[in-house]
Write a protein that binds this ligand. Sequence first.
Ligand code: ADP
Ligand code: MG
Length: 257
Amino acid sequence: MADNTLSSTEAIQVHDLHKSFGTHHVLKGVSLTAHEGDVVAIIGGSGSGKSTMLRCINFLETPSSGVISIAGEAVAMRPDGSPADRRQLERIRQSLGMVFQSFNLWTHRTVLENLIEVPVHVMKCPRDVAIERARKLLARVGLAEKEGAYPAFMSGGQQQRAAIARALCMEPKAMLFDEPTSALDPELVGEVLQVIKGLADEGRTMILVTHEMKFAREVATHVIYLHNGLIEEQGPPDQLFGAPKSDRLKQFLKSVA
Ligand code: ADP
Ligand code: MG
């Protein structure tokens, strides 16, 4: 494969990422590449640094050092890791749709208002265009009937699907999911996973932190096992789940089975 083909398809690249909180060295040199259409699943025990890693990718946390590139463009960083170019950062943030564990919808706005807020007021998209796109995406996540609803009157699964649609409204280059189903009642997990699976099937680039191992095995193209701020093992899902090499990973998989 020609080199230019390879680099043009790198949607997200993280190189030697370190992050400390005070003296607590949380990420100790983590690298990953997600090519276009890849679904990278990040698994690991509580406190291993999964959320911190995801949050560093869109600079919700300031990395201590390392390089983050989105679609081949490295985010300009000062020596202390803080972003050097606010405009570039805003542009890059808007190209990454983030979905959190807690649904983070604006509670005093209807679902439709939640979806069009950033496109209209930040990205200056014409209101009617934003509404049309929002309605399509609501239909896509099975919430066509809910555009006028307030989040408090919806189930957790519906709220999370609305949050996914809201992220998609920004037409992101890639999606970042941080344990999107871990706050849900068990009976609501499936409907959210189904939406995420649909996005994977249509070739969306995603990084997904999850404790749903079966789901990770099914949708991921690549799995990373994080332990103590380092990648302990990584590989294709069948290898990582079916034939883990590291004792720590074996232990971990047993503990979550
Ligand atoms: P995970 O998502 O894998 O459970 P996190 O990335 O949330 O792990 O946290 C990794 C470590 O970093 C934990 O020890 C956590 O306490 C610490 N940490 C995370 N965020 C902060 C913060 N804002 N300030 C201080 N410590 C933090
Ligand atoms: Mg976390």
